[in-house]
Ligand binder design. Sequence first.
Ligand SMILES: O=C(O)CCC(=O)C(=O)O
Length: 281
Amino acid sequence: MAGKRQLSPEQVDTFQRDGFLVVENFFPSDELETFGAAIDDAVSGRSSSDRRPLSEKSLYEQSFIQCINLWEDALAVRQHTFNPELGRMAADLLGAKAVRIWHDQALYKEAGGRETDAHQDRPFWPIAPADQVTAWIPFDGSRRGTGAMGYLPGSHRAGLERFVDISHVFQEPYDIVADPAVADIEPVWVEADPGSVVFHHSLTVHQADANETDDTRRVYCIIYFADGCTRRTAIPHLIPDRQGIAVDEPIAGELTPIVWPRPKGDLPPQPKGRPPELGFS
Ligand SMILES: O=C(O)CCC(=O)C(=O)O
């Protein structure tokens, strides 16, 4: 690493080549514990009234409990979501002068939870150009058989952008790993210790394996985009819709504040009103 929590040029090159990057030892254990506890509380606040067993949930819900925009209403989460060093890494990976948050999400894969179907993120998002990166933070580390992520290296540069209905609601998910543009690429399954952050580009094909353990896989994601990105289509999406952003307008506002750079110690104002659940995105 170039600095304490700063990327080296080699790490940026690796991300640009592969479309994902594992950054080890980002979080010291005390910070990871506080962070994880804040997300646990926020997820419990949103989901504890849902007592359905996994077998009664939809296929999508069997992949994970998804809680979006926790930063909006969970005050203890905000200082972690807007971690300036993570934001700076996102900016360096995108080659951007500043990054905004698109949204955050907890993805808690329950014990026995099924795999997350292979997909790209960007087809879900009406945003242009393709300058988005996700920081995937596994509070307990990541091992095969526990909901580890698998990436198709270089798939973000394969000229492929294809919607996959991982909700299984409208159609069977397209088998994107068999698409001719990426079918020759072997997946790389990432195993990482607690404290690691795994970044992926919005066009990188990725999936997660099933959670075969008796414990919930606790993951929190922060999705960043380069400041200046605009709304590319009118397809409904609550992040631009809630901010009244029309097609071709820059995506900016209280729901998508600048994460980096900000004045030291400064957090964006809390948006007004409680966030509705956004469904998958
Ligand atoms: O953690 C998972 O199961 C899937 C994560 C994912 O698809 C994402 O972060 O874009």
